[in-house]
Design a binder for this molecule. Structure first.
Ligand code: UDP
Length: 370
């Protein structure tokens, strides 16, 4: 039985690593990866395949950055002949990227069943491009695999009709990968190599349009970093999108002049995990980092008005902080440094076994001879 997973961006790779690892144990399945090329910078792409032991994609469409419509159109055109040739019994897509939407849509239009992993999440903010991808991908899929209770509730409320997809609460593939590579990450000693001490620095990742695509949003980020740097060293592995915006809005020099701030290239998965696990606080707008900090019990401030991952706030260590003033950010950072943060707990089914559950369910559901 042939299964194709369509991936294209950094968070996709972290999740597909768990699925590929789980399917590897089922010899009746030929699990292969198709890469759209949405992320092509080696710091966001090749290093993940190598560190997470993901096999080479059978096909790389090499699409790269473009306007969303051109990117999607090229993905659809590129995927059709691949699906025609490979004749998969199922196409799996993960998360909320354009690659997930394109993979699901191309398969659906060709009558191939689609499984969406990390389904049901909703920020209820339709200005986020990812929110539209989530809604559409869920609606065109046949099997939906959910990471948290809110995902089940959202799907129940939003999907209707006689042929609704089958929904399963299987946990979080991103956490599978974290559990599997945690020891290897520790061995990188990434924070020591940067001259830092455990629990004595803040780790920052920011790349969402709401924070970095406007002069106002980015100036808020710079002001936040100015406050953070007064307390402890700050590490900022910078996404290429953020780097471009800093230059565009003339804020690069101001940021680079901050003494306690280290701006880094995007980190490999193992190095980043080591930096995260030893941070006193993470400040982010990433989806995946909210999940990872909750699992690790690291205080997390998410600079967004909404989250599609409410369990990280309700059960975990995450707190939303839209448009923070310097005063509020100072108070929050001090709470993190003084261990005055909520304790948090690990959400149900985030146990490193999500990929195994998904593989077993799909193998039981798909016709044997496909
Ligand atoms: N990550 C990484 N290196 C970095 C920043 C993030 O390996 O420099 C990992 C992080 O641990 C998580 C994933 O990338 O597993 C999240 O990707 P991203 O924030 O780009 O996407 P999102 O989750 O927001 O869609």
């Amino acid at each position: 039985m042939k299964i194709l997973a369509v991936v294209g961006a950094r968070p996709n790779f972290v999740k597909v690593a768990a699925l590929e690892h789980a399917f590897r144990k089922h010899h009746q399945v030929d699990f292969s990866i198709v890469h759209t090329g949405q992320h092509y910078d080696s710091t966001l792409d090749a290093v993940f395949f190598q560190q997470l032991e993901i096999p080479e994609p059978i096909c790389h469409l090499g699409i790269g950055s473009d306007t969303p419509n051109r990117q999607l159109a090229q993905m659809l055109l590129g995927l059709e002949p691949v699906f025609e040739k490979e004749k998969p019994a199922l196409v799996i897509v993960v998360g909320d990227t354009n690659s997930a939407l394109a993979g699901g849509l191309a398969a659906n239009k060709m009558g191939i069943p689609v499984a969406h992993v990390e389904a049901g999440l909703r920020s209820f903010d339709r200005t986020m491009p990812e929110e539209i991808n989530r809604i559409l991908t869920d609606n065109l899929s046949d099997f939906l695999f959910v990471t948290e209770q809110a995902g089940l509730d959202n799907l129940r409320a939003q999907l209707s009709g006689s042929s609704v997809p089958k929904v399963f609460f299987t946990g979080n593939c991103m956490i599978d990968t974290l559990v599997r590579f945690r020891e290897k990450a520790a061995a990188t000693a990434a924070f020591q190599k940067l001259g830092l001490q455990t629990k004595n620095y803040i780790l920052v990742t920011l790349h969402r349009p709401s924070n970095v695509d406007t002069a106002e949003g980015l100036e808020g980020v710079v002001k936040m970093l100015e406050v953070a740097c007064q307390a402890v060293p700050v590490l900022f592995p910078m996404h290429p999108r953020t780097k471009i915006s800093l230059e565009k809005f003339g804020l690069k020099n101001r940021l680079e002049s901050l003494k306690n701030l280290q701006i880094l290239e995007p980190q490999g998965y193992l190095e980043f995990l080591n930096l995260l696990e030893n941070a006193v606080l993470a400040i982010t707008d990433s989806g995946g980092v909210q999940d990872e900090t909750t699992f690790l019990g690291i205080p997390c401030l998410t600079l967004r008005t909404t989250t599609e991952r409410p369990v990280t706030v309700e059960i975990g260590t995450n707190e939303l902080l839209p448009l923070p003033t310097p005063k509020i950010i100072g108070v929050k950072i001090q709470q993190g440094l003084d261990s005055q943060w909520k304790q948090g707990a690990i959400p149900p089914q985030w146990d490193g076994q999500s990929g195994r559950r998904i593989a077993e369910i799909l193998i039981n559901l798909l016709p044997e001879k496909s």
